[in-house]
Design a protein around this ligand. Structure first.
Ligand code: GLU
Length: 380
């Protein structure tokens, strides 16, 4: 983290992004009674039209399906009392939400397109590349894609659950240069400002470390979405590692993008240098199946750019298959990277801690080149 006198918006100006992802949370779209906030949305559509007129490509990630559907169906707890309720509410709400966006953008001379994705669509490399190609084509055709999670088919285990991380993943798939999360809070504070009077605003974050993560409060402030600051920080982590700047700004006022430009109020997370496209996709994946703890020698080898060999692994968790994503943990218990396991969990138990020249005999077949090959490994 850095304390700055430089205005946040001079480090990341959404109006300078060729391709911009804007995420709009449920609490902004729908009021406490579950009605669409039509005036706010109209002003937002104006903000978007202005960006388009300035030559920018815009992708919207819009929440609100569950909140809207819950009201129509009269479901308790905003439709989030059970997975079945959320699925039904989303199916009813989504059709109304899409219609709103189509109408609002149409009124500004813009064509809207709807894409609903599941977590799996973006975790699978081939489907991820497909989604990326579809987004490219739509943007080339001057369309404004409106994205949401396909909540009606997502299961509890295989879902984003919040549109913050979805927006970051979409930013990555679309190779956007910026992601803006419009929220009911104006950015990150050192503690929850609603409960802690000493909480200080954090305008710029250049590295998302444990100290920054500790500032986040769990749970959604509005009680309507499922976001909260933790999922926003996780989104920032995915985006910045993919070389994309991300800002959290308040959407409580009309035309929030314009307001940010003039007021500078918001938290900007600065992009780190992106690795290869495949590696950034890998590190943005959310389905982690296990972990391997490594010793100090292996840690040094990884820092030099080597693969992780079985000899350096000291402990394993999880039931992973060959090719699954696992966390790599150092000897202090800190997660230091992620990579694809070359062995399944059972074989991994056998080869863990063993020297490479003893593996053929142990396994009964020629061993793999590494436990996690450096081409499939990303250090954080
Ligand atoms: N996808 C959910 C919806 O449309 C919202 C997820 C979130 O709260 O971020 O209702």
């Amino acid at each position: 983290m850095v304390a700055h006198l430089i205005p946040a918006s001079s480090l990341f100006a959404p109006e300078n992004c060729a391709r911009l992802v804007i995420k709009i949370g449920s609490a902004l779209l729908v009021d406490q009674q579950g009605n669409i906030r039509r005036d706010w949305l109209e002003a937002m559509a104006g903000d978007i039209a202005e960006r388009r007129a300035a030559g920018q490509q815009v992708i919207l990630v819009s929440s609100g399906a569950i909140a809207l559907g819950a009201r129509r169906l009269g479901l308790a707890k905003g439709g989030r009392a059970s997975l079945e309720d959320a699925q039904a509410a989303a199916a009813v709400g989504q059709i109304a939400l899409s219609q709103q966006w189509a109408e609002l953008l149409e009124a500004r001379g813009l064509i809207a397109a709807q894409i609903l994705v599941t977590l799996d669509d973006l975790e699978d490399r081939r489907r991820y590349l497909n989604a990326s190609a579809t987004l490219d084509r739509l943007l080339e055709l001057d369309v404004v894609p409106v994205i949401n999670e396909n909540d009606s088919v997502a299961t509890a285990e295989i879902r984003f659950g919040d549109n913050d991380r979805l927006a970051a993943r979409i930013g990555q798939a679309a190779r956007a240069s910026g992601v803006v999360l419009l929220s009911d809070i104006d950015g990150l504070y050192t503690a929850n400002p609603k409960t802690d009077p000493d909480a200080k605003f954090v305008p710029i974050v250049s590295r998302i470390d444990a100290k920054i993560m500790a500032m986040a409060d769990r749970g959604s402030g509005s009680g309507m979405g499922s976001g909260g600051m933790v999922s926003k920080l996780e989104a920032a982590r995915i985006a910045t590692r993919a070389g994309i700047n991300l800002a959290i700004i308040s959407g409580e006022h009309d035309e929030p993008l314009k307001r940010f430009k003039h007021s500078n109020i918001g938290t900007v997370f600065l992009a780190s240098k992106a690795g290869s496209a495949r590696k950034t996709w890998l590190v943005g994946r959310l389905t982690v199946k296990g972990s391997a703890t490594i010793d100090a020698g292996a840690m040094r080898a990884l820092e030099r750019g080597s693969s992780l060999l079985p000899a350096g692994v000291t402990a394993l968790t999880g039931r992973f298959e060959r090719g699954d994503l696992i966390d790599i943990i150092d000897s202090h218990g800190e997660k230091i990277g992620q990579g694809l396991a070359e062995y399944d969990a059972q074989e991994a138990q056998l080869v863990m801690g063993k020297r490479s020249d003893t593996l053929a005999e142990l396994l009964g077949y020629a061993p793999r080149a590494a436990f996690v090959h450096r081409d499939h490994l990303v250090l954080i």
